[in-house]
Design a protein around this ligand. Structure first.
Ligand code: TYC
Length: 110
């Protein structure tokens, strides 16, 4: 059965009273974590962030970093809101600890 499709009314309880049942299938809203380009953060640092905070493979991390470097912005990952915000905060905090101006933002993934 596809997700969010209501179940047919069931008649197996309450003397023939038809009750709609719905299993818990509603998906939470998802959020993109965006990485922004700058002229000072090193490529290696961005790749390290993508590997350790966003759990990307080495080749995906390099591809995302280059996409941001060339285009100005790119998606590091898509998560539920709290996870997206935590990853964005960790990224900026690690960048600051290393004196890089790397910036992250979080926006709804529609
Ligand atoms: N533009 C940076 C450089 O040339 C690299 C970089 C990539 C910085 C992605 C930030 O989100 C970023 N060293």
């Amino acid at each position: 059965m596809s997700e969010n499709e209501p179940k047919k009314p069931s008649r197996d309880n309450e003397r023939g009273l038809a009750l709609k049942e719905r299993t818990k299938t509603k998906k939470p809203p998802m959020y993109k974590v965006l990485l922004h380009n700058d002229d000072y953060t090193t490529r290696d640092f961005v790749v390290m962030i993508l590997r350790t905070v966003f759990l990307k493979s080495d080749s995906d991390a390099v591809a995302i970093m280059m996409h941001v470097h060339n285009g100005g912005v790119g998606v590091a990952g898509i998560y539920t809101r709290e996870i997206a915000e935590t990853k964005a905060e960790k990224t900026v905090s690690l960048a600051q600890a290393n004196e890089f101006p790397l910036q992250c933002s979080v926006e709804p993934a529609e």
